[in-house]
Design a protein around this ligand. Structure first.
Ligand SMILES: Cc1cc2nc3c(=O)[nH]c(=O)nc-3n(C[C@H](O)[C@H](O)[C@H](O)COP(=O)(O)OP(=O)(O)OC[C@H]3O[C@@H](n4cnc5c(N)ncnc54)[C@H](O)[C@@H]3O)c2cc1C
Length: 1002
C-alpha cells in the first residue's frame, strides 16, 4: 500500500463486562424533561403514522393484498416462498413445491414438525400478531387453502409470493433495473446507497464476480448520479467478505495483501464518480481486520480530498464507541471526513452462538436489547459531536430511536437518516413531511433471487423477532406508551445490563459443569498472547523408549494392586480429581498446544479444539460420575425390603488410543475408566508418546494415585501384550476396525472371565447433498469435514453424494474453496491444513491418489509443500459409492452423483459399506432428512452442518457396525459400560418386623 503514514492500531477489549458499560451509558442517558417531552411527541406521531398507514410496515400489507387472498394465507405462502428462494434451479423448485403441497395429498398431510415452514420467520413478518392466532401454523393454513383452491393455484400463488418477496426487499435484479426504478425519486432529491447482493465469497471466482459487479455498479450509478455534491450523492455499500474468499482473522497477512488493493480500486472508482462508498459491518470476529483494511485503504494518498469514504458501525457491539473514537482519530490524522453509518447490527443470534461455541469469556455484543438501544443513542451523541470530521448516518427503523436522534441533533445539519428499501417507509414519510430539514437515504439491495437468501433471512429475523421495534409497532396490542419506554428506564441499574436467560459461554452447561475455555482468533490481543505463550513453552521433543512385554505385564500387576484402593475411593473424590485435571489442562494450555503442534502436526485451531475436548471429557465424566456412582439407585419393591442398584469398578482397564487425537481421545478413555473406579494401564499411539506422558503426569498431579494409573509406551505389539494379560478386566480401544477385531479375538481366546471391549473404529463417512441445499453452506461444511485436520479424523467426510442436477456447481464451489486453503507449517496460525502424521501415512495416501487418478475423475488437486509429510487436498469423482471400499485416512474426498429418482439405491450403497459412524445430510426437505435417518443407523447424523467436531455431552460420539461397539464417548451411557453392576436387597424386616410400615400405617 503506497502510504508512509503510520496508522494507529485499533485496540479495544473484545468482550468487556456489561455492567461497567451500562454504568457509563446510564449516567449520560437522561435529557431535560422538555427535551424528553419533545421526543415523546415526535415518536408518538411516527408510531401513529406507522399504525395508521396504508402501507403499514413498509408495504408488506400492500404486498399481501396483491394476492387477492386473505392476508393470513398470503403470509403462509410467503413462508413457503421464502424457503423456495433458497433453491437454485426451476426443476428442483417444482419438486420442492410438490413436496410441500404433496400433489393434493398435502391437504391430508398430518402436521408434523417441518423446520422449513415452522421456523420461517416470515410467519411473524411484522404482522403476525394481527393475522395469526396461537396454534396456527403456515402449513395448516396452506393445507386449508389447498383444499379450497387446489394445489395448482397454490403453486402459482407461491411463485407470485416469491416474486413479491424479492421485489419487496430488493430494488432490482440488475443495477440498471434498480437505477431505472429510482430515477424519478433521485430527481426529487432522494438519496440511495446501492448494495449488490451476495456475500461471503467462498472461491476466488466468487470474489472476482462480486468485485466485477461492484465495479460495474459503481460505473452505472456514476453515469446517472446527477450533479449534486456529497453527501447528497448516491452511494454504494460493499461487503469485505464478498471481495475475498478467506476474509478471516487468521489469514490477516493475505487479506491485507490481496483485499486492500481491491478495495482501494473500488474506492478510487467511486471517488472518480464522486459517489459515497460505505464498507458494511459484518461479524464481530472480523471487526479488527475490517478496520485494518479500511484504514490502510483510506490512508492511500489517491483518496485524499474525497469525503465519500465510509464505514458501518454496529451499536450492539460493546466496542462501538471505541470504533467511533478510532475512526475520528484516523480522520483527523489524515485530515479527511469519514461517512459513518451507525446501525444496531444484523447478526446478533450468530454472535451469541459463535461466542458460546468458542467458549469465550463473554459476548462481544449486548444480551439485552435496551442496552443496544442505549449504546446506539450514546454513540449517536458522540457522532453528532464529532461532526464535521465524521458524517453521521443513522440507520434505524425504530421511531423512538429516530425521534431521540432528531432531538439530539437539535435542528442542526450535517447528518442523515437511513432506512432499508422495503422498510420504514411510513415512518420516514411522516418524518420528512414534518421535519423538512431531515434527510433519509435508502439502502437498496440489488441482485437476483439466488443471492437474496442471506439478506432476506436477516430481514425476516429482524422483522420477526419479538424484541424488534418493527414487530412491536405492528402489534396494536402493544400500547404506544410501552414503545416510548426509554432504554435507560428498562435497564434501570447496571446490574440489569445482562440478560439472565443467556448464560455466559462458560456457564452453558451449568449446573452440571463448566464449559472449556476457548479463544477468539478475531481478538488480536488474545491471539497474540496465546501465540507468545506457545512459543515460550515450546521445547525440543524428548525421545521416549518403548516398554518391553515384561514391563507391560508388570504394569498390569501393579495396576491390579492400585485398583483395590482406588475403587474404594468415593465417586466425589474421583470426580474432584478429574475436575482438578481439567483446570490444570486449562492452565497448561500453551505447552500442550506446542506439543500437539510439534508431535501431532496439528494446526492452531485443531489444537485449541482438541484441548477443549480433553477438558470437557474430564468435567463431563466427573459430573456423570457423581450422578451415577455417588449413591446406588433405589429401586421400588415390597415393603420391608430395600433394593438398590450400584455401580463399581471392574478392575484393570487397558486403554489403547490413536495418534489423531493424542490428548482428547487418550484422556477421554482414561478418565472414563478412572471415574468408574477402575485402575488403568494406558497405551498411547507410538507416534505421540510425549503428549501421553504429559497427560498422565498431569493426572497424577491432579491426584490420581500412581498405583491406579500406569503408562506403557510402545507400538501395537505392546498393545497386544497388554490385552493378553489374564488380569485385564476391560479394554477400551480407538483405532482401526482390523485391530479392534484382533483385540476381540485375543480377549475371546483367553480363559477366565469374559471381559468387555469398547471399540471405536473408522468409517466411510458420507454426506448427502440434494438440490435444495445452499451451495455456499455445502462448500463450507464439506471443506471443513473433508480437509480439516488433513482429513485425519475418524469422523471426516470421505464420500460426498450430490444430486446430479446441482453437482457441477456444488463440486466447482468445493474445489474453488479447497483451492483457498493454506497447507503448511501447523505452527503458523494462518495454516488451514497441516501435514499427515508420518511418512508411512503419506506414502499410503499418495498411492491412493495415484490409483484414483487412474480410476476416477480428478476434480481438484491442491499443492502441498514439497518437504515434509504433506498431502494436498484432492477431490475425485467415482461412478458409484461402492467403488470406495475402505477408509482413506487423509484429505481425499470422493464424490458421487446420484439421480433424485434413485435416492433409495444411494442409501443402500451407503449402508452396504458396513460402516456407520458419521453422516451428513444437506437438504431443506424434512422428509428427505427423515428418510435418511430412518434408513441408516449411523451413529452421528449431522443435518445442514459439517460432520466433524462432536462436542462432549452435546453430540455423544461413536458408531455401530464396522465403526465400533458403542456406547458413545461423551454420552450418558458411556461410564456404566466401564463398571460392574451390583444389586443389593436388604430385608429390613429381618431384625424383628417392619418398623416403617407400622409407623406409617396410622
Ligand atoms: C441503511 C441500513 C444499513 C445497514 N447496514 C448494516 C450493516 O452494514 N451491518 C449490519 O450488521 N447491519 C446493517 N443494517 C441492519 C441493521 O443492523 C438493522 O436494520 C437494525 O439493527 C435494526 O435496528 P432498528 O433500530 O431498526 O430496530 P430495533 O428493533 O430497535 O433494534 C433491533 C436491534 O436490536 C438488537 N437486539 C435484539 N435483541 C437483542 C438482545 N437481546 N440484546 C442485544 N441486542 C438485541 C438486534 O440485533 C438489532 O440490532 C443496516 C440497516 C440499515 C437501515
Amino acid at each position: 500500500m503506497p502510504s508512509d503514514q503510520p496508522l494507529a492500531e485499533f485496540t479495544a477489549a473484545y468482550a468487556p463486562d456489561d455492567a461497567a458499560l451500562a454504568d457509563e451509558l446510564l449516567a449520560s442517558a437522561a435529557l431535560p424533561p422538555d427535551r424528553e417531552a419533545r421526543i415523546d411527541a415526535v415518536a408518538t406521531e411516527l408510531i401513529s403514522s406507522i399504525r395508521g398507514s396504508e402501507h403499514g410496515l413498509g408495504g408488506v400489507d400492500a404486498m399481501l393484498r396483491e394476492f387477492a387472498l386473505s392476508t393470513k394465507e398470503g403470509l403462509a405462502l410467503m413462508v413457503l416462498a421464502e424457503a423456495l428462494l433458497r433453491i437454485p434451479d426451476a426443476a428442483t423448485a417444482d419438486a420442492f413445491i410438490e413436496d410441500k403441497l404433496g400433489q393434493g395429498d398435502f391437504a391430508h398431510h398430518r402436521i408434523k414438525s417441518d423446520a422449513v415452514l415452522v421456523n420461517a420467520s416470515a410467519w411473524a413478518l411484522g404482522l403476525s400478531a394481527r393475522l395469526v392466532h396461537a396454534g396456527e401454523t403456515p402449513q395448516g393454513t396452506l393445507a386449508a387453502l389447498t383444499r379450497r383452491i387446489g394445489a395448482p393455484a397454490v403453486r402459482a400463488a407461491t411463485r407470485q409470493a416469491m416474486r413479491l418477496i424479492g421485489n419487496h426487499f430488493v430494488l432490482g435484479e440488475t443495477i440498471d433495473s434498480a437505477l431505472a426504478r429510482t430515477k424519478a425519486h433521485v430527481r426529487e432529491g432522494s438519496r440511495y446507497s446501492y448494495d449488490m447482493l451476495g456475500e461471503g465469497a467462498r472461491t476466488a471466482e466468487d470474489a472476482e464476480r462480486y468485485y466485477q459487479s461492484y465495479s460495474d455498479a459503481i460505473t452505472a450509478i456514476g453515469r446517472t448520479s446527477g450533479n449534486a455534491a456529497l453527501p447528497a450523492r448516491p452511494g454504494i455499500s460493499v461487503k469485505l467478505s464478498a471481495l475475498h474468499p478467506r476474509f478471516e482473522a487468521i489469514s490477516r497477512d493475505r487479506v491485507m495483501r490481496e483485499l486492500t488493493p481491491r478495495l482501494l480500486e473500488l474506492a478510487r472508482l467511486a471517488r472518480s464518480h464522486g459517489l459515497a462508498f460505505t464498507v458494511d459491518a459484518e461479524e464481530a470476529d472480523r471487526l479488527e481486520l475490517s478496520l485494518e483494511v479500511f484504514a490502510a485503504c483510506f490512508a492511500d494518498p489517491s483518496l485524499s480530498g474525497w469525503d465519500g469514504y465510509g464505514l458501518a458501525v454496529q451499536a450492539y457491539q460493546k466496542r462501538a464507541a471505541a470504533v467511533i473514537e478510532y475512526l475520528a482519530e484516523l480522520a483527523n490524522a489524515l485530515d479527511r471526513r469519514i461517512m459513518l453509518r451507525l446501525v444496531k447490527g444484523a447478526y446478533w443470534d450468530t454472535e451469541i452462538k459463535r461466542a458460546q461455541e468458542r467458549g469465550l469469556a463473554d459476548y462481544p455484543v449486548f444480551t439485552r436489547k435496551p442496552m443496544t438501544d442505549l449504546n446506539y443513542l450514546s454513540c449517536a451523541g458522540k457522532l453528532l459531536s464529532l461532526r464535521p470530521r465524521l458524517f453521521p448516518q443513522f440507520a434505524s427503523h425504530n421511531a423512538l430511536t429516530v425521534a431521540t436522534i432528531l432531538e439530539l441533533a437539535d435542528g442542526s445539519e450535517g447528518y442523515e437518516f437511513q432506512r432499508l428499501h422495503g422498510m420504514g417507509e411510513a415512518l420516514y414519510a411522516r418524518l420528512l413531511a414534518e421535519h423538512p430539514q431531515a434527510v433519509c437515504r435508502i439502502y437498496a439491495p440489488v441482485g437476483g433471487h439466488r443471492d437474496l437468501l442471506a439478506y432476506l433471512v436477516r430481514r425476516l429475523l429482524e422483522n420477526g423477532a419479538n424484541s424488534s421495534f418493527v414487530a412491536q409497532a405492528g402489534d396494536d396490542n402493544v400500547p404506544i406508551a410501552e414503545l416510548l419506554t426509554r432504554p435507560a428506564a428498562q435497564i434501570g441499574r447496571p446490574e440489569n445490563a445482562r440478560n439472565p436467560a443467556i448464560p455466559l459461554p462458560r456457564d452453558l452447561y451449568q449446573p452440571q459443569r463448566l464449559n472449556s475455555r476457548g479463544i477468539e482468533f478475531g481478538d488480536r490481543s488474545a491471539l497474540a498472547a496465546l501465540l507468545g505463550d506457545i512459543e515460550t513453552a515450546r521445547r525440543p521433543l524428548p525421545t521416549i523408549a518403548a516398554a518391553t512385554p515384561a514391563q507391560a505385564a508388570a504394569a498390569i500387576a501393579a495396576a491390579r494392586d492400585g485398583f483395590e484402593t482406588w475403587s474404594r475411593t468415593s465417586a466425589d473424590h474421583r470426580a474432584t480429581i478429574l475436575e482438578r485435571a481439567a483446570d490444570l489442562l486449562e492452565q497448561r494450555r500453551a505447552p500442550l498446544i506446542a506439543l500437539l503442534q510439534d508431535e501431532g502436526g496439528k494446526t492452531l485451531d485443531d489444537c485449541v479444539a482438541e484441548l477443549r475436548e480433553a477438558i470437557d471429557y474430564c468435567r463431563y465424566y466427573a459430573s456423570e460420575g457423581r450422578r451415577l456412582f455417588a449413591e446406588p439407585l433405589a429401586l421400588p419393591g415390597p415393603t420391608g425390603e430395600r433394593n438398590t442398584l450400584g455401580l463399581r469398578g471392574r478392575g484393570v482397564f487397558v486403554a489403547i488410543s490413536p495418534w489423531n487425537f493424542p490428548l482428547a481421545i487418550f484422556l477421554g478413555q482414561v478418565t472414563a475408566a478412572l471415574m468408574a473406579g477402575n485402575a488403568v494401564v494406558a497405551k498411547p499411539a507410538e507416534q505421540t508418546p510425549v503428549i501421553a506422558e504429559l497427560a498422565i503426569s498431569l493426572l497424577h498431579e491432579a491426584g490420581v494415585p500412581r498405583a491406579a494409573l500406569h503408562l506403557v509406551q510402545g507400538d501395537g505389539r505392546i498393545g497386544a501384550a497388554l490385552v493378553e494379560q489374564p488380569e485385564v478386566a476391560g479394554v477400551v480401544f480407538t483405532g482401526s476396525t482390523e485391530v479392534a477385531r484382533a483385540i476381540n479375538r485375543t480377549l475371546a481366546a483367553k480363559d477366565g472371565p469374559i471381559v468387555p471391549l469398547i471399540a471405536e473404529t473408522g468409517g466411510i463417512n458420507a454426506m448427502i447433498v440434494d438440490a435444495t441445499a445452499l451451495p455456499e453452506q455445502v462448500a463450507d461444511d464439506v471443506v471443513a469435514s473433508a480437509f480439516r485436520s488433513a482429513g485425519q479424523r475418524c469422523s471426516a467426510l470421505r464420500l460426498l453424494c450430490v444430486q446430479e442436477d446441482v453437482a457441477d456447481r456444488v463440486i466447482a464451489m468445493i474445489a474453488g474453496a479447497a483451492r483457498e486453503l493454506r497447507i503448511g507449517d501447523p505452527r503458523d496460525p494462518a495454516t488451514h491444513v497441516g501435514p499427515v502424521i508420518d511418512a508411512e501415512a503419506k506414502a499410503r495416501l499418495d498411492a491412493h491418489i495415484a490409483r484414483m487418478k487412474r480410476e476416477a475423475r480428478l476434480h481438484f488437486a491442491g499443492t502441498a509443500p514439497a518437504n515434509g509429510n504433506f498431502v494436498a487436498p484432492h477431490v475425485f469423482e467415482l461412478s458409484r459409492a461402492s467403488q470406495l471400499t475402505e477408509e482413506v485416512f487423509g484429505p481425499i474426498l470422493h464424490v458421487v452423483r446420484y439421480k433424485a429418482a434413485e435416492f433409495d439405491d444411494l442409501l443402500d450403497d451407503i449402508a452396504a459399506t458396513g460402516y456407520a459412524l458419521t453422516l451428513g445430510v444437506q437438504s431443506r426437505i424434512d422428509d428427505t432428512v427423515a428418510r435418511v435417518i430412518a434408513r441408516l443407523p449411523t451413529g452421528n447424523v449431522y443435518v445442514n452442518r459439517n460432520i466433524v467436531g462432536a462436542v462432549v455431552g452435546v453430540q455423544p460420539f461413536g458408531g455401530s457396525g464396522l465403526s465400533g461397539t458403542g456406547p458413545k464417548a461423551g454420552g450418558p451411557q458411556y461410564l456404566p459400560r466401564f463398571a460392574l453392576e451390583q444389586t443389593v436387597s436388604i430385608n429390613t424386616a429381618a431384625a424383628g418386623g417392619d418398623a416403617a410400615l407400622l409407623t406409617g400405617g396410622g
